[in-house]
Ligand binder design. Structure first.
Ligand code: LMR
Length: 401
């Protein structure tokens, strides 16, 4: 059965890591996958996480299954981080949360739920979007369309085109919105623009599906969540996929959440019963360890304070690298203005490099960048910044913009 199969193409992001690992060049640099690295190039286990794991090792009494949507404590913690414990969707019990294997798991749960409950619905994703969005939603059986987002001329948001496209989305369709630190561009709407997006959703009757994978990496935990509160002022129904991969550094533990918001508590219960059925046939119930780490940290004031500091440090380092990168490229006389890199938010920068530069950097310098020019800013360290910037300057000479 397998002899006639030709190999599938490597994954656009994780495939790069495989190539990177196989590369023997001692100077190689991985600016592909969105994983935070510290100044020494390591992806550390946060101190708050280590402490929580020690506590769990001593105190955890059983490895029995979690409920299908995970533990209720975890769900409450997720909702409180998203909107605060006093928000009407929480006090009015209009939100239900399931612990999922990572943010990708949350997106797939949402995709399957939508495909089962609203056959024929289309999901609209930004142009461009995370390389895996289309694949996950298509695998769930949804039809996927794009709305305008990025303006390659200004290196910013094409808000007029975005508004125009969102106004044309039919009622009952779903619109995927990156809440902060847009992946891959690092370009986010302003609070005023979010208000318009929320009004369009309410007027046109489409449902937001918020992807919130980088809370705390943009401007801070509260500020990054502000667009969610803005949307909830206008719309009553929503899906949220959130993740602790980045802000807790829990990548391989696969700790995410799918939250469904309905107009009433009874509607939330009914809809969530179907989400549970969706989960049961996908993976039955979630892996416990990562969620227990998050719950342990966030139920301790002391560990929460350590987490906040560690998260602030990660964000500050990334913003510092953005500025260093702009300066280092300018100092090399790069014939192109990279100042927009310092204005973008989160782990990624849509660098402006095109696929000829990306191929040149990979093939001749062992610098790995996602096709389209997305670079993981956190992969740049004091040790490799000169090598990377020299290589980019050389690529720009060979293939002028
Ligand atoms: C990324 O965009 O690099 C991350 O979200 C990791 C992934 O799974 O693609």
């Amino acid at each position: 059965m397998f002899e006639k199969m030709s190999p599938a193409p490597p994954d656009a992001i994780l495939g790069l890591t495989e190539e990177f690992k196989a590369d023997h060049n001692p100077d190689k640099v991985n600016l592909g996958v969105g994983v935070y690295k510290d100044e020494s190039g390591k992806t550390p286990v946060l101190e708050c996480v280590k402490t929580a794991e020690r506590i769990l090792l001593d105190e955890d009494q059983s490895k029995t299954y979690l409920p299908i949507p995970g533990s209720p404590e975890y769900g409450a913690i997720v909702q409180s981080l998203l909107v605060g414990g006093e928000h009407p969707i929480v006090t009015g019990k209009r939100a239900r949360t399931a612990h999922t294997p990572g943010g990708t798991g949350a997106i797939r749960v949402g995709g399957d739920f939508i495909a089962e409950q609203f056959p024929g619905a289309t999901i609209w994703v930004s142009n461009p979007t995370w390389a895996n969005h289309k694949g996950v939603f298509a695998a769930a059986g949804l039809s996927v369309k794009v709305y305008s987002y990025y303006d390659a001329e200004t290196r910013g948001l094409d808000f007029a085109a975005m508004q125009r496209d969102l106004q044309a989305v039919p009622a009952g369709d779903i619109v995927l919105l990156h809440l902060c630190c847009h992946n891959p561009t690092g370009v986010d709407p302003s609070p005023e623009e979010w208000k318009s997006i929320a009004r369009i959703a309410a007027e046109k009757g489409w449902i937001p599906f918020v992807d919130f994978a980088y809370q705390g990496f943009g401007s801070g935990l509260e500020t990054d969540a502000e667009p969610l509160r803005i949307l909830l002022e206008e719309v009553e129904e929503m899906f949220v996929a959130s993740s602790f991969s980045k802000n807790f550094g829990l990548y391989k533990e696969r700790v995410g959440a799918f939250t469904l918001v309905a107009s009433t508590s009874a509607a939330a219960d009914a809809a969530f019963s179907h989400v549970k059925k969706t989960i049961r046939v996908l993976y039955s119930n979630p892996p416990a360890h990562g969620g227990m780490i998050v719950s342990t940290v966030l139920s301790s004031d002391h560990l929460t304070a350590i987490w906040h500091k560690e998260l602030d440090d990660m964000r500050d380092r990334i913003n510092g690298v953005r500025r260093s990168l702009v300066d280092a490229l300018r100092n090399r006389g790069a014939d192109f203005d990279f100042s927009f890199i310092a204005r973008q938010k989160g782990m990624f920068s849509f660098s402006g490099l095109n696929n000829s530069h990306v191929d040149f950097l990979r093939d001749t310098k062992s610098i790995y960048i996602v096709k389209g020019g997305r670079i993981n800013v956190a992969g740049i360290t004091p040790t490799n910044i000169d090598y990377v910037c020299d290589a980019i300057a050389e690529a720009l000479k060979k293939y002028p913009m």
